[in-house]
Design a protein around this ligand. Structure first.
Ligand code: ZN
Length: 499
């Protein structure tokens, strides 16, 4: 499958450097945060499965993200701290922890490095100095602004989003006379702190704090180098955040810095972007608990993950209870098919555990004899390697499920090679790359332990049945039922499900 190799040409053969803009931690993550979480998790999983070594950097914004256009008004974290009468770092600590917890529930593996903006103030000051020396920034009343017009004369501002300066002007609020900027599209590299401001640091220009766009330029360079492979983030970050990042990179180090930009589209509610600023968001803890007036029921983290995977990351994804319920059903079918496949083949079910990656590198070819299974295998990898087309990959997985069901009914004989390929599709792709998990089992503790104990219990029951000790075998079944485990006898032995 040569397409696997054509997927991507990294700067250093075999290695991929990837930077993704992380959250500003001033509130619970919502459905709109789950999407980049899952999207770039699948990307790093896929790259690893294709044999690349990945360094994945995802930052935490804990300073400098201001309320209006990120550039004016109060710092979002400082505002939350003021309203809740706590230290800003308490806000950061609380919501970083809660973000990690939500990502863990979604089985989003942690990044390789998770740098905080506030931990890189010195590096950010150094970059501001470089941009000043290069002549693309100016000082105004203790703040430093990027001179967009000057930059645009020498280079081109808007290269990523395709915007011109005139377009940019239309979307910007006019200066109110209070501003220190020369032009409305100029953006802050360093902001002077007012006396009451808590999160501030000394700098050559007085006490202040870095502008939001700066941290990603600086931390990307620090951990991934002058130029790196992939930069991801939400579509709403393309402008101005990433456009500013490119300008800062060119001005400070003479290179755009990023080889491939990847942007995930938004999650919408009734066609409108879901976001904190619009007040129409549902947080992940609310979704998992079913506590929001827009929710008919609770949706499990894997249901949310499956829902996200059902759309291509560049398409918008509209929230509705119907769509989430369909995702819940689809996910159940996938997990049931895996159990059936394990029963047919004697394969021991795997559980990768939270954030674990599959060790197996994608095979070059498959061992299946059945032409349809062969085509599904090829189709799955082709879809994943074609701009991470997860909906097409999932559609092919459902074709595989149909085959498993036919085999289960005894209407199709699978060869050892066929079974091998089907097992690989589940273990490597469904669990490894797509990062799905069987929550029913995972939630009740360690899947391996539960599965092992169930094997023992069912062997006991089989022994009781063989000895015609019916009260004993019925008691085992009833006790399991009381624990919420249903045992069903089949011609291959017994199957169990957690209700
Ligand atoms: Zn960023």
């Amino acid at each position: 499958m040569t397409h696997k190799k054509e997927l991507f040409v990294p700067i250093n053969p075999g290695h991929v450097g990837m930077y993704v803009c992380g959250p500003t931690v001033y509130g619970d993550a919502h459905l709109g945060h789950a999407r980049p979480g899952v999207t770039y998790d699948v990307l790093q999983r896929l790259l690893r499965h294709l044999g690349y070594k990945v360094r994945y950097v995802r930052n935490i914004t804990d300073v400098g993200h201001l309320e209006h256009d990120a550039d004016e008004g109060e710092d979002k974290i400082a505002k939350k701290a003021r309203l809740e009468q706590v230290e800003p770092m308490e806000v950061v600590q609380t919501y970083t922890f809660r973000y990690h917890e939500a990502m863990r529930q979604l089985n989003v593996a942690p990044p390789s490095i998770e740098p905080h903006a506030s931990g890189h103030i010195i590096e950010q000051i150094e970059t501001v100095k470089k941009i000043l020396e290069a002549g693309y920034a100016y000082e105004s009343n203790g703040s430093i602004y990027f001179d967009v017009e000057k930059y645009n004369r020498d280079h081109r501002y808007g290269i990523l989003s395709g915007r011109t300066l005139d377009d940019t002007l239309e979307g910007t609020r006019s200066l109110d006379g209070q501003s220190d900027k020369k032009a409305p599209y100029d953006f802050a590299l360093w902001k002077k702190a007012e006396p009451q401001h808590i999160m501030k640091w000394p700098s050559p220009w007085g006490e202040g704090f870095p502008g939001w766009h700066l941290e990603c330029s600086v931390m990307g360079e620090k951990y991934l180098g002058h130029d790196f492979d992939i930069h991801g983030g939400g579509m709403d970050l393309m402008f101005p955040h990433h456009e500013c990042e490119i300008a800062q990179n060119v001005a400070s180090r003479g290179t755009q810095g990023v080889h491939y930009w990847v942007h995930n589209n938004m999650i919408t509610i009734n066609g409108q972007k879901m976001g904190k600023s619009l007040g129409n968001f549902i947080t992940l803890p609310q979704l998992f608990a079913g506590e929001h007036d827009k929710l008919d029921q609770a949706y499990s983290p894997m249901t949310i993950r499956f829902f996200i995977l059902q759309a291509h990351y560049r398409s918008t994804l509209d929230f509705s209870n119907e769509a989430l319920q369909a995702a819940e059903k689809g996910l159940k079918r996938v997990m049931q098919a895996y159990k059936d496949l394990c029963a047919i083949s004697g394969h021991k079910a795997i559980d990768l555990g939270y954030g674990e990656f599959i060790d197996a590198v994608a095979p070059e070819s498959c061992k299946a004899d059945n032409a349809e299974i062969k085509a599904i295998f090829e189709g799955v990898y082709e879809a994943l390697c074609d701009d991470m087309n997860t909906p097409i990959a999932l559609a092919q997985i459902f074709d595989a499920i149909r085959i498993i069901n036919t085999a289960k009914e005894g209407k199709l004989q699978l060869s050892a090679g066929d079974i091998d390929t089907l097992v690989q599709l589940f273990d490597d792709v469904v669990f490894g790359v797509l990062g799905l998990r069987d929550e029913a089992v995972a939630e009740s503790g360690n899947q391996k332990v539960v599965a092992g104990l169930m094997d023992m219990v069912l062997e006991e029951r089989a022994a009781a049945k063989a000895a015609k000790d019916w009260p004993r075998s019925d008691a085992i079944r009833d006790n399991l039922k009381a624990l919420g485990i249903t045992v069903k006898d089949t011609k291959n032995g017994a199957e169990w499900t957690i209700d």
